[in-house]
Design a protein around this ligand. Sequence first.
Ligand SMILES: [Zn+2]
Length: 442
Amino acid sequence: MLTLTRAITHIRLDDANSGKLAALDALVAEYFPLCQRYVHHFCTLGQAYQFTDPIFESVLSQRWQRVAIQQASGVAQSWVTNREKDYQHFLERQVDYEAFAPHARKSRKAPVWCEPSFPHLKQICIQANENVVAVRDEEDLPLKLQRAKQGNFDFWLQIATLQKYHPIYLPVKLAKYHREALASHQINHSVSLNRRQDGSWWLTLTFDEDVEPVKDIENYPPVAVDIGIANFITSSDGKRYGTFQEKLAQRHKQDREKRRRKAKLRACLEKKGIEKLPSTSSASGQRLSRHVKQSINHAVNEFFTDYPAQALVLERLNVSTMRFKSHPMNAYLYASQLGHIPDQLVWGAQKRGLPITFVKAAYSSQECHHCHYTDRANRTTQETFCCVVCGHHAHADENASRNLLNRMRDQELAGCHSREEIKVLLLKRHERWRSEQDTGYP
Ligand SMILES: [Zn+2]
């Protein structure tokens, strides 16, 4: 049996414990700036060490400081990795640019490298371990609390505070769907606590789940998928599932309008000196985000209904490569939560024990599936692919997913170390295709 970690999010910690939550607020007032300081420190170094000894003074306990360092190193590490990827992409665009003849260069913008700013932690979040936040059953509580017979809670959080030996105990009540998701699983030791803008505290739990062992890849015909915004999933035989266009895009626009109107109203009231202002946080934004996730889940389920027993070929991608992939729709990127698509696909395949192969995605949307000619000019629009050499014509996402399928057993391409190497290889293949054409028609 294989074990996977899953998360349960959006568990609200009750307002009734306002005194205890105040202790948590006091803690986070120390914790959060410290965490930000370590993020800055690691980013300056260009490297993050999870097990660094504390270097900044703090009133927090050693244990809390360690948690802050660990959390900061995670944030900094992903910033360092993304910066490196962006930089590689910049270099590649520079090579493309310099390949143009001087007169052709005039009409184009030279690529410019902008050093990204260090990550700034906005959402108040504590990624804790059991040294500072422990999950307790009622019978593990101090007797005083047990005697008070606090009622029907699923469990308690014991949280170390700024006051030594004075932990707070927060009762946690799960919603029905949380309990169903958790079923009989054991909760893991790492939990995260989030404070929203309105001051409310929310808990995220994780648990491990056993899944089907992965089946032998040789017995399953492969299917590749291209992931995108216009179409969430496009399979290598041309089926498409889910879209952010139409309804979702419409809702996204409405949501933005609504927030703008609200901000205007606020400004107006403020001018008049009215003290109680309507909130700017958008419940409809959260609703929209939930709706997008549901649409993605729906698309993924449909996909697995059509491909219940096939080996999955996925492109290795993250949101930063996604950004380059679909710049006309940048505005939607945040709302569409693209990362959720590959996550759900991977989870769906793992649950069913279906093998997954990750392949390099570089140039998969620019390469002609027929003759391998690789050029941005092949993409006439976001939707259509039309090869400028051989005229091969297809839906852009379908062309891309068929390229991904071919890459499944492409050892030569898998061995490439950079995007430039991949481009060179693809153009070499195109030359080979061309010379075969020439010998075909002497
Ligand atoms: Zn072609």
